[in-house]
Write a protein that binds this ligand. Structure first.
Ligand SMILES: *[C@@H]1O[C@H](CO)[C@@H](O)[C@H](O)[C@H]1NC(C)=O
Ligand SMILES: *[C@@H]1O[C@H](CO)[C@@H](O)[C@H](O)[C@H]1NC(C)=O
Ligand SMILES: *[C@@H]1O[C@H](CO)[C@@H](O)[C@H](O)[C@H]1NC(C)=O
Ligand SMILES: *[C@@H]1O[C@H](CO)[C@@H](O)[C@H](O)[C@H]1NC(C)=O
Ligand SMILES: *[C@@H]1O[C@H](CO)[C@@H](O)[C@H](O)[C@H]1NC(C)=O
Ligand SMILES: *[C@@H]1O[C@H](CO)[C@@H](O)[C@H](O)[C@H]1NC(C)=O
Ligand SMILES: *[C@@H]1O[C@H](CO)[C@@H](O)[C@H](O)[C@H]1NC(C)=O
Length: 407
């Protein structure tokens, strides 16, 4: 009897699933599937230039780093800020996004890196190598969307990271070929066990971009400022959220301090969610909390770090803000495949709105309290930099292993 009802309910579930597949005629909007007309426009051929188009030196107080059109467009819509007043063509930027856009005063600028780790690293490196800007006192804010761990955040939430962890930089087996007792196909480089938060699993081969740490005092201020914003939300987003049946996934969006993981691979599902959660724990020596998934931050941070080593910019002035556009795993009772490929999670629009709503509070604060607070900088109370200890500082690293430290 049990078996029969089980079969029937399986059939029923399969049927329901099939009909929902059929109902979905267009791909849902999420990070890798966002229709982008603006891109086509930009593909028009432009003359390559090895020179900055800026006349005179621009010394921005605040630089917004976007990764693709929707994250950038939301800032351009603020015609009071008016980032279109002063366009600067920067040699080495992505051909799709050749210009930095600045306010008339040059105090606030924005760039779009292009998506994925390679675009992010190349474009951000070009930003400081080009010499188009004096970035020595600039605050940088990575301001993008990301997937979210439903046990820590929900769609529309605004997160501020202390750490960025490159979770893709590991060994990987296909799940069908991992040892039977292993929880995922990802193994830290040189380790004999899949991702787990245990010193025996610590990678023995370190490339230097595995984990970055930013200024927690600046993070705290950004967190407070973002908390002043009234975040955007919609009934449709709330409806999908409710299917999780647990908090904070089924709660309205909020501002959260938690960490973000980078991989070119757009991963999804609870197996990799748990594996990368463990890996984040491992690489931050137990102090990081995995909540976000994105494809650029470690690359951006590595490029900023290299500029900081040469004193072209200040690594204590970086904010990593990611809003949550979708969940990294399915709600109970839904398949991971349906969740990623077909479900309309309805988090995309609100996550874009919330980049601006939370971010503008930070921009305004930096401009208003520049002389009293920001010009001199907010002294970090924690180690900042990479896993190699590449930046000399007063505070010893709480990540990495001494055998690899440079300073
Ligand atoms: C800056 O670039 C934008 C987008 O390409 C354009 O709409 C705007 O007119 C430009 N601004 C100036 C001052 O040329
Ligand atoms: C990516 O950056 C995060 C923090 O932003 C850091 O925790 C992580 O180790 C970095 N990973 C790589 C591979 O760079
Ligand atoms: C999986 O099983 C193998 C063989 O028994 C064992 O050597 C290994 O330690 C196990 N892995 C884990 C993660 O428990
Ligand atoms: C959210 O943003 C949308 C699009 O701008 C807007 O129509 C809606 O009124 C906003 N809702 C709230 C609660 O702010
Ligand atoms: C680590 O992975 C295991 C197995 O998937 C999981 O049960 C555990 O919750 C994970 N730990 C964290 C911190 O996510
Ligand atoms: C900040 O300092 C600059 C340079 O000393 C000065 O010109 C400016 O008026 C000051 N701004 C405010 C708001 O006090
Ligand atoms: C971080 O954890 C690893 C693995 O347990 C350990 O070898 C390393 O010394 C730790 N680093 C710090 C700074 O505590």
């Amino acid at each position: 009897m049990r078996l029969v009802s089980l079969c029937l309910s399986t059939l029923f579930a399969a049927d329901a699933l099939a009909s929902s597949f059929a109902r979905t005629s267009v791909k849902p909007k999420h990070r890798s599937v966002s229709k982008d007309v603006a891109h086509q426009r930009r593909l028009a051929k432009r003359d390559a230039s090895s020179l900055c188009s800026a006349t005179g030196s621009i010394k921005p107080k605040f630089f917004i780093i976007s990764m693709f059109d929707p994250e950038a467009d939301i800032w351009y819509q603020d015609t009071t800020l008016n980032l279109y007043a002063n366009n600067v063509t920067v040699p080495g930027f992505s051909p799709l996004f050749p210009d930095a856009h600045c306010t008339a005063s040059g105090e606030v600028c924005q760039m779009t890196t292009g998506e994925g780790e390679i675009n992010a690293a190349g474009s951000v490196n070009a930003l400081w190598v080009s010499g188009c800007f004096d970035l020595t006192s600039t605050y940088f804010m990575i301001a993008g969307i990301s997937g979210g761990n439903p046990h820590v955040v929900t769609t529309g939430s605004v997160t501020f990271a202390k750490y960025a962890v490159q979770v893709g930089l590991q060994e990987e087996f296909d799940q069908s070929q991992v040892p039977a007792n292993d929880t995922s196909g990802y193994f830290p480089q040189g380790a004999y066990y899949p991702d787990e938060s245990n010193p025996i699993d610590y990678p023995t081969s370190i490339y230097g971009t595995e984990v970055f740490e930013v200024n927690e005092n600046l993070l705290d201020r950004a967190f407070y400022l973002a908390s002043l914003a009234t975040l955007n939300d919609t009934e449709d987003a709330a409806k999908y959220r409710a299917t999780y049946g647990y908090a904070p996934a089924n709660q309205p969006p909020s501002v959260v301090k938690c960490d973000s993981a980078t991989s070119d691979q757009y991963w999804s599902g609870s197996v990799l969610g748990y594996a990368f959660s463990n890996y984040t724990d491992l690489m931050t020596n137990g102090t990081g909390l995995y909540c976000g998934t994105q494809q650029e931050d470690n690359a951006t941070l590595e490029s900023l770090l290299r500029g900081a080593i040469l004193k072209k910019l200040d690594f204590s002035r970086i904010i990593i803000m990611r809003t949550i556009s979708d969940f990294d795993r399915a709600p109970p009772g839904e398949t991971e495949v349906y969740h990623l490929l077909y479900a309309d999670q309805e988090g995309f629009e609100i996550s874009i709105q919330n980049i601006y709503l939370a971010g503008i509070e930070i921009v305004k604060d930096v401009l208003m309290y520049w002389n009293s607070t920001y010009a001199g900088g907010l002294k970090p109370g924690n180690y900042i930099g990479d896993i190699f200890d590449s930046l000399p500082g007063d505070i010893p690293p709480n990540i990495g292993t001494p055998a690899y430290y440079i300073n």
